[in-house]
Design a protein around this ligand. Structure first.
Ligand SMILES: [Zn+2]
Length: 278
């Protein structure tokens, strides 16, 4: 979205809210976000109540964007900066929000992107990632191993449930699966249908590093996904596996939307209902 269109959207609280509401309700038809019942009452407070389960809600209840205390205009400003990959410190100063709020808002945004990926809902459920939205401490997850699968002009980054870092080390030591490091990120030669496996190394793989390797791995010659991602991965610093997982899924999203207008798609993801609430 070009800035002149964007400026129009954020000119008032109402214009920003109206824009976000378009992603929430098809044809303005409200229904209960908990049980999907269409018979709902309007309350004086502006909220609505479900006739079936009694749930009281407002237009953004149970949606990703409702988990940060940002006004619609603040959300649209944040989404614009997120689209442009502005770093968290700069976001914090531009939006006049604390660094912690920015971190939380980034987590919410990345979770909404994860929820929209093929294996995302399963990952969210199995690791109880919804707790991230409530600002509880990050769930501890094992270091994930992800499979990179470029397909035509898209990429799929799959969470591999049956492979952990130790399995990766076993492949390397006993089956000569070649690996390379980029900081704490380790990536490999092709494995089954995947062009490469990628993981965040907690130190295990680094202890078995071999000397200088000259041959390029196939992924390093990939002109699409790897050429796009490598500079971003080189800049990416993290100390925890969950952030690595969220960031890789964000990369999948960014790559697959690189030729599209990303702004409305980001809004649409943030306006989705959070899966598995309660
Ligand atoms: Zn209901």
């Amino acid at each position: 979205m070009k800035l002149n269109t964007y400026e129009h959207l954020i000119k008032s609280h109402n214009s920003a809210k109206k824009f976000l509401l378009k992603f929430c309700w098809k044809n303005h038809q409200r229904y209960c976000p908990r049980c999907s019942c269409r018979k709902v009452y309007s309350l004086e407070s502006g909220r609505r109540r479900c006739s079936k389960c009694g749930y009281t809600f407002h237009d953004f209840s149970r949606r990703f964007l409702n988990f940060a205390r940002l006004s619609p205009r603040q959300w649209l400003r944040f989404i614009k900066l997120f689209e442009l990959e502005v770093d968290p410190e700069m976001m914090s100063s531009q939006l006049n929000l604390s660094y912690n709020s920015i971190r939380k808002t980034l987590n919410i945004s990345r979770l909404s992107l994860l929820a929209g990926s093929l294996d995302g809902p399963l990952i969210i459920r199995n690791f109880n990632l919804v707790s991230l939205l409530r600002g509880e401490s990050s769930p501890a997850i094992p270091s994930p191993v992800l499979g990179i699968l470029p397909l035509q002009d898209k990429v799929y980054i799959d969470f591999l449930w049956d492979i952990d870092l130790e399995t990766l080390l076993h492949f390397k030591l006993n089956f000569h699966l070649q690996t390379r490091h980029m900081g704490r990120i380790v990536y490999t030669a092709p494995y089954k249908k995947y062009l490469s496996l990628v993981a965040w190394d907690d130190g295990l793989m680094a202890r078995h590093k071999k000397g200088k390797l000259s041959d390029k791995l196939p992924i390093e010659t990939d002109r699409w996904f790897w050429a796009y991602s490598k500079p971003k991965l080189e800049r990416f610093r993290t100390v925890n596996p969950l952030r690595f997982l969220l960031y890789l899924k964000e990369l999948e999203f960014r790559f697959n939307h690189r030729t599209l207008d990303m702004f409305p798609v980001l809004c649409a993801h943030l306006c989705e209902f959070v899966p598995d609430l309660e």
